[in-house]
Design a protein around this ligand. Structure first.
Ligand code: EPU
Length: 341
């Protein structure tokens, strides 16, 4: 366990914050051991304050963390079931997400290709149901292995029990937030490649290509992402900062009458999703800065650290953008990024 540990390398926003204690573990036993040492070191009047992080690509530290920050280095990949058409793989939470995508495609196991290059690690993929290019990881998850940070008991949840929805699982609910660490995730993948190209930009990108294979599709998606999203090593950011708002159809129709070119996706018969990036661009924020925090010039959904930003600078920009979107469109946009106090 480390003391007063800098979290700079553990958050892609590049915010300078420190953890009072930091521990990395490679097994459930080590996790128990680290938690017990933290509990024994605490001064009696101090609250239990534990934060579990993954790749730090969806976090915004608002100040130093006065507690224990945990990070998984469980990295095993194990086949748990297999037949002629599919394979189940159980993967340690600490495996880098895109390494898993690459590894599965190389082994001829398909499904995750549209989720190429999403930052972060396997544990977080199951907590927040990562998604991109028309795919969501919930459609591949079978089971999630959890460790209860309070009772120190292990537990397995099925995908159904995880209550997945857009960027949501039960582990993000108020009741369970912060309660469990994900230790392993089991995915079910296909031995047959079926390209999913429904997402607008993809169909166009593969036009004229015959025999599209999964690694070529992966390459296309990587190129698309690189053209829209800033490299965190060059410009600190946490990918999409906001979720795309889902509104009632009546609200959507009134807006469409005013903005006929507004992009949108049907969620179901009553609800429509509107891209927050479009709303923010219309509100005039694309490419603009407020102090050291900025709205990325090529994708307005991404807030960036222009250099030396503190958590509060990003929050100030976030709230200003939300207010302007609310005033112009009457729509509330919510951060996807987790704010950590
Ligand atoms: N748009 C604008 N201006 C902008 C940005 C977007 O008008 O500045 C418009 C685009 O023209 C397009 C629509 O908004 O018509 C959607 O944009 P895009 O295809 O770039 O996708 P997105 O809705 O902005 C979502 C995910 C991304 C994912 C992409 C690709 C969320 C919150 N974000 O973004 O996920 O990579 O789709 O599938 O759902 C992430 O979560 O970190 C992330 C990057």
């Amino acid at each position: 366990m480390k003391n007063n540990y800098s979290l700079l390398e553990h958050n892609t926003f590049g915010i300078e914050a420190k953890a009072r204690y930091f521990a990395e573990y490679s097994s459930v036993n080590e996790l128990k051991h680290e938690l017990n040492s933290y509990l024994s070191m605490r001064e009696t009047d101090q609250d239990i304050h534990v934060l579990h992080i993954g790749g730090g690509s969806n976090l915004l530290f608002l100040k130093d963390f006065d507690g224990l920050v945990l990070h998984s280095a469980i990295k095993d990949i194990e086949v748990t079931a297999e037949d002629d058409s599919s394979v189940n793989v159980r993967v340690g939470a600490g495996v880098v997400w895109d390494d898993l995508v690459q590894e599965t495609l190389h082994r001829g196991w398909y499904g995750l290709e549209n989720l190429s290059l999403i930052p972060g690690e396997v544990g977080a993929s199951a907590v927040q149901n990562i998604g991109a290019y028309g795919a969501e990881v919930k459609d591949y998850i079978q089971r999630v292995w959890l460790f209860d940070l309070r009772s120190m008991e292990e537990k397995v949840m099925t995908a159904g029990e995880m209550q997945y929805a857009y960027r949501y699982s039960i582990l993000k609910s108020n009741a369970l937030r912060g309660r469990y660490a994900v230790t392993h995730v089991e995915y079910r993948l296909s031995k047959t490649f079926t390209p999913h190209l429904e997402y607008g930009g993809l169909k166009k990108a593969v036009e004229g290509m015959d025999n599209l294979d999964a690694l070529t599709l992966r390459k296309l998606i990587i190129d698309l992402r690189n053209s829209k999203l800033p490299d965190t090593k060059v410009l600190g950011n946490a990918g999409s900062f906001f979720m795309n708002p889902i509104v009632e159809r009546s609200v959507f129709e009134k807006l469409l009458a005013l903005y006929p070119e507004m992009p949108h996706y049907d969620v179901d018969t009553n609800r429509v999703k509107i891209p927050a990036g479009w709303l923010i661009e219309q509100a005039g924020w694309k490419g603009k800065d407020l102090g050291c925090a900025g709205v990325y010039e090529r994708q307005a959904l991404v807030l960036v650290n222009r250099g030396g930003a503190k958590g509060e600078d990003i929050v100030r920009l976030c709230e200003t953008v939300r207010k302007d979107v609310r005033e112009q469109f009457g729509i509330e946009i919510h951060p996807e990024v987790n704010f950590i106090e």
